[in-house]
Design a protein around this ligand. Structure first.
Ligand code: GLN
Length: 463
């Protein structure tokens, strides 16, 4: 781009054309910003013509999950309760990518308020998996994963509270990264569970994901949980390999997974071993407690965060005889079933008399999990396991059974509870020919090593 070999307008048009040909079937977007993207692309081309450096990602189209605030643009979290709301400010990640020259082409579909694992909980209808449109793309960032998988955009951003970047990345055969908690600013990310939420990239390759993470990472004074750490150097280390790295093949991230999944992850371990890593079989039994702790902590935080949608401050209002009745009518009409379920679960877990038995106990279990990870990372540098127990399931398969839907996150949730980074990198296909994701996990701020190992797996995936 900066050398003038390709124009931003041409890239924007290519992305829009691909969206035009695929979107009818895939439904990755809730809003496409056609005019804005062409205007921005023209401004970048003008800058390049004047010899200006327009940023490291100048002219690269990107799809933005619809829970990230973009000034003046639709930001609905795929919920009716936010319909018509347009944020008066940009999320920090949005300002950072725009400074880097990225072209935001639109907002992507998701499970309402990021609660779900299939993007079927969207108020605007489901997104389909580009590899097989009878299958889900995963969730909650299903639209962002599908946009990249269908070559609509080379990059997208999502959020991961319990697996919502890694799980859809695995189902759609793309790279997805959940950074260390606090590495990427949450300012302008609509809050679901604030102690777990983290923004991260989707991309078609490890190198592209690294380039995007370098742009969005780094301290932000507007987020009180932002780490005082610089963005990690990732791109310059992608070829450093895994020689001497100790990688724990984690029993609990394989147990209960489908046989084709287990076989693929064992092949991934072999690829790392052939590249010089030491593979150590490891068991961390505490990880099995992750799901139950998460489904108390995340709904508890959500019930508090979602209290702000009261018919007064945002989006829709359903009028009634007094304020309390108006609040009730608005929330009854505005929220979908899963969001209501989480609010009720969370409110119950926090209520007087139950607080210590549920929320308090879940927090103690969270500490156990953190301690277990810390102990594991004294004997291994990284962990390897499956991202998901199976490949993508069929649309409609789990909508009537929330517990089985929740179980699709069994391998991804423990990382969020610990605040650690993890990523999913495509590694072969299952018996059904659908993509498989290998998950790499590491201690806080180990992104550089995770990307080195992911790069080895990416090159070895077809060997
Ligand atoms: N699927 C999980 C949930 O429903 C995780 C969602 C997420 O990471 N946002 O809560």
């Amino acid at each position: 781009m900066n050398a003038g070999e390709v124009s931003a307008v041409a890239l924007a048009n290519e992305s829009l054309q691909q969206i035009d040909s695929q979107e009818g079937e895939i439904h990755a977007f809730v809003e496409i910003q056609r005019e804005q993207v062409l205007r921005k692309a023209q401004a970048i081309d003008d800058g390049v013509a004047q010899g200006k450096n327009m940023g490291v990602l100048a002219g690269v189209p990107l799809a933005l999950k619809d829970n990230l605030c973009q000034h003046g643009e639709v930001t609905s979290c795929a919920s009716n309760i936010l319909s018509g709301w347009r944020p008066p400010y940009d999320a920090t990640v949005v300002s950072r990518i725009e400074t880097a020259g990225v072209l935001i082409v639109g907002k992507t579909n998701m499970d309402e308020f990021a609660m779900g694992s299939s993007t079927e909980n969207s108020a605007f209808g489901p997104t389909k998996n580009p590899h097989d449109t009878t299958k889900v793309p995963g969730g909650s960032s299903g639209g962002s994963a599908a946009a990249v998988a269908a070559s609509m955009t080379p990059l997208s951003l999502g959020s991961d509270t319990g697996g919502s970047i890694r799980q859809p990345a695995a189902f759609c055969g793309v790279v997805g990264v959940k950074p260390t908690y606090g590495l990427v600013s949450r300012y302008g990310l609509v809050a679901f569970a604030s102690s777990l939420d983290q923004v991260g990239p989707f991309a078609g390759s490890v190198a592209d994901a690294a380039a995007l993470l370098e742009v969005i990472a780094g301290h932000d004074p507007k987020d009180s949980t932002s780490l005082n750490a610089p963005a990690p150097a990732l791109s310059s280390h992608l070829d450093d390999g895994v020689k001497g790295m100790r990688v724990g093949l984690c029993n609990e991230l394989l147990e209960g997974c489908a046989p084709d999944m287990v076989a693929a992850i064992k092949r991934a371990a072999e690829v790392l071993s052939n590249a010089g890593a030491e593979i150590i079989e490891i068991s961390i039994p505490e990880l099995k407690l992750g799901l139950s702790a998460y489904y108390l902590i995340a709904p508890a935080e959500a019930s508090s965060n979602l209290a702000r949608y009261d018919g007064v401050r945002y989006g829709v209002r359903v009028d009634a005889e007094d304020v309390t009745a108006m609040n009730t009518a608005t929330r009854t009409a505005g929220f979908g079933d899963e969001v209501k379920r989480r609010i009720m679960l969370g409110t119950y877990a926090l209520s007087a008399g139950y607080y210590d038995a549920y929320y308090g106990q879940a927090q103690r279990v969270r500490t156990l999990i953190i301690n277990a990870f810390t102990k594991a990372y004294s004997s291994v540098d990284l962990l390897l396991g499956a991202t998901t127990p199976t490949t993508a399931f069929a649309i409609g398969d789990k909508v009537g059974d929330p517990m089985s839907m929740y179980q699709s996150d069994i391998c991804t949730i423990p990382t969020n509870l610990a605040g650690h980074p993890a990523l999913s990198v495509p590694f072969g296909v299952g018996d059904d020919k659908m993509p498989i994701g290998a998950q790499l996990l590491g201690p806080a701020l180990s992104e550089q090593q995770l990307f080195q190992a992911a790069s080895v797996l990416e090159h070895g995936a077809n060997s």
